[in-house]
Design a protein around this ligand. Structure first.
Ligand code: BGC
Ligand code: NOJ
Length: 825
């Protein structure tokens, strides 16, 4: 069953009903100001950091769900319950004569109509601005004049989202607001240590306002029945403490056929300390018998509001946003004859890569924004799918990530986006982390040719004065693996080895103890075949960087280390039919046929084959055959088989989930592209593409009732083959997942086969025979590549008419704007 449809031309997903299985959301904002917005107007906004600068309040896992957000109440004529409705459907839940929600690139539009009054609410964050614009267009389609009242409401968050939802003894006394004309300012804690405030304004005079939540809602009411709306009277309240909100009331007259718009703007401003106040707070003294609250400096807010106070200005900003996305998405486009494939590659997969780049795993409808900030390995992998979009931002991100590395090559596992400092609650010791830095740096240089990044000075652990070139950081990453090996010569596993739930030194019997960060027993022998595979793949990439841009001798030393690691994998990391996952704290196999549960894991099969291990000697194909036989089912490839029915003290969290969910044998979408890429390595195009399709949301649109999450983006997990039948195929944790970047890497670089290399653009598709003709446009180092691929059975390539051997289009002459590549396969 479907709940909407794709509109590829406008790059939108159009949702026809508020009653999607879960809220289907979108993201607004690209750099500083961000909002989450659901198909019923729910969600929240923050500035840079969803934990430390939360602007509006959102209650996760509340009932009913998704009722916090931007609320608009449109009252048409009299006060009868039936005459008041919401353009976003929620919070009023009033049936409408017409309704739909269109999620587009960085914007969401709600169209509604009731009894001859129609509304179009357009929500977006303009480029380069710290605000969300909500333009509400109303049209009187009836034959009679209408008297309309529009009431808005949103609830402020007291900045730190964790304190906001826990520290009530303080919070209920700190809230402060100012009301000035049609603008409501939220200035909690501004008098002390904050140099920022938020504001919510509208470009019309007010007929009333509220800032006290209690006064606005009235006793016993929720957002679906505010007293101020149904009594027809705002309280004009200026709250002190409790829960500050912002609500405007605007009265309008609409003649038949007339259209009017209201522009609501939710903004954020930061001021230099010296310019914080228009009038500083006044002490009570003999000269001034009345103390006086300070008046905040509203200049930046007013300037911002003035930039969006007319429809023309809003339209221009909206057009700019569209143009921005047109330009970004024109960097890689494809026509394959398969509309679902095209829309994922051309639109939604790239869009999701931008969102994961921005958010890492911080703020979604499943990630509360209060826990993890930016993940080290997460952000490194996100860059793989993002680097072609805005290379300059990728560069900046690589340097930020490298700055949380320790001198010994290990890394913090996460950092807060606002402070950019490592997160001490989680710490380090995740031994796969450092190697991911090589992966993203290599990809960045292949994309841009900017090997200069290797010389950029970067601190260790954010300590000034410890700067070393990025190259040195990579060296320490690689050496960290070399110097941390166990009895089989395989890398020591450390914590949560890519798989958050493989906790081989944890041995936890204490409820609530963190699986990931607790080390109760470090026997020094738990090893990872997965990291070994990574070392072969990324060790080789590092060696190549040395050979091209650094020290050749070092390059060959690393190649030797890689060869040694490869041998270790083929000796002790091979189980006969597939690659072993790890050795536990007792030195026993994890993911071997001898194990009663968890005989085979997906990760080493994907990683080792991607690294080229066993491609000559046959192990690669065997491993992939086992993946197909043991792990693959209708809805994807499960993480492991058979699922753990028992809790294994020596394994940790992986055995804590019910069978078929999350890492315990769910389809963990992130690693499905690894085995798909692996299939392209052994040139098995049919299975590579079949794997791609099984988890690709656009192909699942027709079963949205089973899949449940948005059909336009990937989710982290789909319940696996051993989940109860009623749950099979059900997805969770949409949007913020490494799946976005890895599926884009897979589809663009391996299935379509267009890969940035140091020597030029490689084009080497690996698609089923049913694809007979492709056309691809790719912007690579400022040159546009116009590529056609035709299936003729006689492989060949011409570049600008000249025949070329191999699969790499050599870098064109400097300044070349366009290159025409014709390929036959
Ligand atoms: C959970 C894992 C999960 C990960 C990402 C961890 O804290 O325990 O099960 O995969 O977060 O969501
Ligand atoms: C999500 C985490 O963010 C990521 O770091 C981890 O690799 C996967 N889950 C797998 O457990």
């Amino acid at each position: 069953m479907k709940y909407g449809h794709f509109n590829d031309e406008d790059r939108e997903y159009v949702i026809d009903t508020p009653a999607t299985p879960l809220p289907w959301i979108n993201y607004l904002g690209n750099e500083g100001f961000f909002s989450l917005i659901s198909n019923t107007g729910g969600g929240y906004s923050f500035y840079r950091d969803a934990k430390l600068r939360r602007i509006t309040r959102f209650r996760y896992n509340d009932v009913p769900g998704d009722t916090d957000g931007r609320h608009y109440y449109i009252q048409d004529g009299c006060l009868g319950r039936d005459e008041v409705w919401s353009p976003t459907f929620l919070p009023l839940k009033k049936p409408l004569d017409r309704w739909r929600c269109r999620h587009g690139m960085g914007y969401t539009v709600f169209e509604a109509e009731k009894k001859g009054l129609s509304s179009t609410l357009t929500c977006f964050v303009p480029l380069g601005e710290n605000c969300e614009v909500n333009q509400l267009m109303l049209e009187n389609k009836s034959a009679f004049p209408k008297k309309i009242t529009v009431t808005s409401a949103l609830e402020w968050c007291l900045w730190n989202a964790v304190d906001d939802s826990t520290n009530f003894q303080r919070n209920f006394s700190t809230g402060e607001v100012e009301v000035d004309g049609s603008v409501i300012y939220h200035k909690t804690e501004y008098r002390e240590r904050r140099n920022h405030y938020a504001f919510y304004g509208v470009n019309e005079p007010l007929a009333g306002f509220d800032t006290s939540r209690d006064a606005f809602l009235g006793k016993f009411n929720g957002w679906d029945a505010p007293q101020a709306v149904f009594s027809g009277k705002s309280g004009n309240t200026e709250t002190h403490g409790w829960s500050p909100i912002a609500s405007h009331r605007v009265a309008l007259d609409l003649k038949p056929g007339e259209t009017k718009s209201l522009i609501f703007v939710l903004g954020y401003a930061e001021l230099p300390k010296a310019e914080k106040w228009e009038t500083a707070p006044v002490l009570m003294s003999e000269a001034s018998p009345q103390g006086k609250a300070g008046v905040i400096n509203k200049k930046p807010a007013k300037a911002l509001l003035a930039r969006f106070d007319t429809d023309e200005k809003v339209k221009a900003a909206f057009v700019n946003l569209k143009k921005y996305w047109d330009a970004l998405l024109s960097r890689f486009t494809v026509r394959t004859g398969d509309a679902k494939l095209d829309r994922m590659v051309n639109i939604w997969n790239q869009y999701q890569c931008m969102v994961t780049f921005n958010m890492s795993r911080s703020a979604s409808y499943f990630e509360s924004g209060t826990g993890r900030g930016m993940g080290f390995r997460d952000s490194c992998q996100d860059l793989l799918g993002f680097v072609h979009l805005i290379p300059e931002r990728a560069r900046e991100r690589i340097l930020d990530i490298a700055a949380i590395q320790m001198e010994d090559g290990s890394t913090w596992h996460q950092y807060q986006p606002l402070t950019k400092c490592g997160n001490a609650d989680i710490g380090g010791g995740f031994n796969d982390d450092p190697l991911w830095l090589v992966a993203c740096t290599y990809a960045y240089i292949a994309e841009t040719g900017d090997s200069g990044i290797l010389n950029a000075p970067v601190v260790f652990n954010n300590v000034e004065g410890t700067e070393k070139p990025l190259f040195e950081h990579l060296r320490r990453s690689v050496n960290y693996t070399i110097t941390h090996r166990g009895p089989h010569g395989l890398p020591l596993i450390g914590r949560a080895d890519w798989n958050d739930c493989l906790n081989l030194n944890c041995f936890s019997e204490e409820p609530g103890e963190s699986f990931q960060t607790t080390t109760n027993k470090e026997t020094g022998v738990a090893e990872s075949v997965f990291i070994a595979g990574m070392f072969v793949l990324y060790g080789n990439q590092y060696a190549e960087l040395c050979e091209r841009f650094g020290d050749k001798t070092e390059g060959s030393q690393i190649r030797e280390e890689v060869a040694t690691m490869k041998k270790a994998v083929l000796k002790d990391g091979w189980d006969g039919e597939w690659f072993v996952r790890a050795y536990d704290g007792y030195g026993k196999k994890v993911g071997g046929n001898e194990c009663a549960e968890g005989k085979i894991y997906i990760e080493p099969q994907g990683m080792c084959v991607m690294a080229g291990i066993g491609t000559q000697s046959g192990e690669a194909k065997k491993a992939l055959r086992s993946v197909k036989d043991k792990l693959t089912y209708k809805y994807g490839t499960s993480l492991l088989w058979p699922c753990y029915q028992n809790y294994h003290l020596e394994l940790g969290e992986v055995s804590s989930y019910p069978p078929g969910f999350k890492e315990n044998g769910g389809v963990f979408c992130h690693n499905n592209p690894w085995v798909s890429i692996a299939e392209t390595v052994v040139r098995n195009a049919d299975e590579a593409f079949a794997i791609y399709k099984r988890t690709c949301p656009a192909y699942l649109e027709d079963i949205s009732d089973i899949h449940r999450t948005e059909p336009y983006v990937y989710s982290q997990m789909v319940a696996g083959q051993e989940a109860p039948p009623a749950n099979q195929g059900e997805a969770k944790n949409s949007w913020l997942t490494g799946t976005a970047a890895w599926t884009f890497v897979n589809v663009s670089q391996y299935l379509l086969g267009v890969r940035a290399t140091h020597e030029g653009l490689q084009i080497d598709p690996c698609l089923p025979e049913s694809f007979t003709a492709l056309s691809i446009k790719r912007l690579f180092r400022d040159t546009e590549y116009d590529i056609t691929v035709t299936r003729t059975g006689a492989p060949g390539m011409t570049v600008d008419g000249k025949s070329i051997t191999g699969t790499i289009v050599p870098l064109p002459a400097v300044g070349a704007k366009r290159v025409v590549v014709e390929i036959t396969v």
